[in-house]
Design a protein around this ligand. Structure first.
Ligand code: ATP
Ligand code: MG
Length: 250
């Protein structure tokens, strides 16, 4: 059994079918991307891995734990300790300082006050924001908030990090910065990464393999270079729609 496995996962909201039998295997240490048009269920697909959304049918397995056996929200807490999600918006707590935002996920680790401070400072240094430690989220730019969200997610040393559109809305310099950061973090933490994006140059840099999701199905799966030459016209066009930017990041 793969480290992360989706088997025939089905999800609908009312009459709107989002996942129509998604099957997917991701191995430990892999950097995997989920690509696809807006509104096709990419966020829903990764939220199901941490129990924020429940599938209607099928099974998701993480490290041999069958998620369908977890019935209550608190049953997912051990999973959420091991799998962190960087949300599409930065989702910071606006009334807390940057320090407290990053320290938030560390509360259950029983660190001493000194260890806690060191860890928060270390992770903010990794994302290049050590000078913002005492600021409030309202004082930060969008790119800075995204990086604080990243620092918060990776503070407890998660085994798996789910990045939802990590580069959306960022300027080109911050985009490159976040992409390099994701690669660095994976190397440092030896973690598994699932990145949802429609930023193809970023996906090419970050991931080894990608799934192209469209209309509830996995339309294509494989190394991104292969997907760029896929036999399906829509997949090919989607992935090659910005050739100038692709050239820069080659
Ligand atoms: N909790 C929910 N309740 C009802 N509908 C939902 C819920 N979450 C998502 N949806 C719907 O499911 C569909 C897929 O949403 P999702 O957020 O997964 O898309 P996405 O592929 O991540 O899109 P984007 O690229 O714009 O972020 C959308 O039509 C959305 O409105
Ligand atoms: Mg989304």
């Amino acid at each position: 059994m793969s480290y992360i496995a989706y088997e025939h996962v089905y999800k609908a909201f009312g009459s709107q079918v989002i996942c129509e039998g998604i099957s997917l295997n991701i191995e430990k240490g892999e950097s995997f991307c989920i690509i696809g048009p807006s509104g096709t269920g990419k966020t829903v697909t990764i939220k199901m891995l941490i129990g924020l959304i429940q599938p209607d049918a099928g099974e998701i397995t993480f490290d041999d734990i069958r998620l369908s056996t977890l019935k209550r929200d608190e049953d997912f807490l051990p999973i959420r300790k091991r799998i962190a999600m960087v949300f599409q918006g930065a989702a910071l707590f606006d009334s807390m300082t940057v320090f407290d935002n990053v320290a938030y996920g560390l509360a259950k680790l029983n660190l001493s006050e000194g260890e806690l401070k060191d860890r928060v400072e270390e992770r903010l240094t990794w994302v290049g924001l050590e000078e913002a430690i005492h600021k409030m989220p309202a004082e930060l730019s969008g790119g800075m908030k995204k990086r604080v969200g990243l620092a918060r997610a990776i503070a407890p040393d998660p085994e798996v990090v789910l990045y939802d559109e990590p580069t959306a809305g960022l300027d080109p310099i911050n985009t490159v910065r976040v992409v390099e950061l994701i690669l660095n973090l994976q190397e440092r933490l030896k973690s598994t990464a699932i990145t949802v994006t429609h930023d193809i140059p970023a996906a090419r840099r970050i991931c080894s393999r990608a799934a192209f999701i469209n209309e509830g199905h996995i339309q294509a799966l494989g190394p991104i270079q292969e997907l760029m030459h896929h036999s399906d016209h829509f997949v090919r066009t989607f992935l090659n729609s910005n050739p100038l930017v692709n050239d820069i990041l080659d």
